[in-house]
Design a protein around this ligand. Structure first.
Ligand code: TXA
Ligand code: MG
Length: 350
């Protein structure tokens, strides 16, 4: 595995060569880093699932260099509805994935045999240079081990996947920081399967009406209609707890501090949009995450920091549910469910 600067033409040439022989290239997008393979080579796609430890029934998003490839019927999708054209025009390149009827160029390996496919044109200079030079579709999930926190830097990719990746294109930190919004256009009404980088408010403005929104499956669910919509995901090792405001934060901390949760000796940290005062010295306060857009950008790095610091518990004050705050709250809830599932059966704290 090697890490090369993504902004050099020689790096892009090398990445295209790796993809052409069925290898894996991690690349930056505006949302998170992706783990890419030639979407039309089932052997290469199988390697992506193996590298992530991801179940084969969790389909991959196919990344394309231009919206025209989808809309001009180049075999990636068929029967694209008007809403698909509207959304593609408005948001591509950008943090939006459209679920469409699968075209003949998409192998079973990518979709887990489903007749739908997720397509996205990412808005990042390195991703667009790679996709443009490669010419075909690049199947890419987030470049992290299955169920863990998505990577927003090249170093995160190396930490998580190491030698399972052939080449990492380093494009610096991802500017959006949470994954794309996924809109399913294969049913009767446009339906958001995962909130993400495109705001619900902006989808509503373009569609002329609010899209339907699917709630995450309850914790413990192993199989859901839209795979990857598992409640437990994006989880650090620390137990994540989510509260809405400062009084609730102080209440949670008091419970940990008094041992009401059986964890009086747990190392407890706090992540909040702004500064928090009046905390006990023992509480580890992470640098504030800021308002929603900034919170999204730093969220995954902060979850990783919680693990590096060896925190047992991270209590997060969620941003309000507007704009990117919707995606941040979704990821926090899944991180909480994931860490609760991972910690089930053992009392919290040491
Ligand atoms: O921002 C993003 O979307 C990033 C970057 C790399 O593009 N990608 C990403 O991929 O987050 P991944 O695989 O980590 O998440 C994609 C989600 C998964 O939950 C997957 O199961 C779901 O989309 N998905 C993909 N194709 C699908 C399909 N045909 N039907 C249902 N769900 C699908
Ligand atoms: Mg992922």
């Amino acid at each position: 595995m090697s890490v090369v600067p993504g902004d050099r033409p020689a790096s892009i040439d090398r990445a295209v060569e790796v993809l052409a022989v069925g290898g894996l290239v991690a690349f930056p997008t505006e949302t998170v880093y992706g783990l890419g393979a030639d979407a039309e080579r089932p052997d290469a796609v199988a390697r992506v699932f193996a590298a992530k430890g991801r179940p084969a029934d969790h389909p991959l998003i196919v990344h394309l260099g231009a919206a025209g490839a989808v809309l001009a019927d180049e075999g990636w999708a068929v029967d694209v509805p008007d809403a698909g054209r509207l959304l593609a025009d408005a948001f591509w390149p950008g943090p939006l994935t459209l679920l469409l009827r699968r075209g003949p160029r998409v192998p079973d390996a990518v979709t887990g045999g489903r007749d739908t496919v997720g397509l996205r044109v990412p808005d990042h200079p390195v991703a667009l240079a790679l996709l443009g030079a490669f010419g075909g579709g690049v199947a890419a999930p987030s470049a992290n081990p299955f169920g863990r926190v998505s990577p927003t830097t090249a170093a995160h990719v190396v930490d998580g996947l190491g030698d399972a990746v052939d080449l990492v294109l380093d494009g610096g930190p991802c500017p959006v920081g949470v994954e794309s919004t996924i809109v399913d256009l294969t049913g009767p009404v446009p339906t958001v399967l995962r909130p993400g980088g495109v705001r619900l408010e902006d989808l509503t403005a373009v569609l002329g009406a609010p899209p339907a929104v699917v709630a995450p499956a309850p914790p413990g669910t192993r199989s859901v209609p839209a795979p990857g919509m598992l409640a437990a995901h994006y989880a650090p090792r620390a137990r994540v707890e989510v509260v809405d405001d400062l009084p609730a934060l102080h209440d949670r901390l008091a419970r940990w501090g008094t041992g009401a949760e059986g964890g009086a000796h747990a190392t407890v940290g706090v992540l909040a949009p702004g500064a928090v005062t009046g905390l006990a010295d023992a509480v580890v306060v992470l640098e504030p995450a800021g308002p929603a857009d900034e919170y999204a950008r730093v969220l995954y790095a902060r979850l990783r920091q919680a693990d590096r610091l060896g925190l047992d518990v991270l209590v997060c004050v969620a941003p309000p549910a507007v704009g990117l705050g919707v995606a941040v709250r979704d990821r926090l809830a899944r991180a909480a469910a994931g860490s609760a599932a991972a910690n089930a059966g053992s009392p919290p704290g040491p």
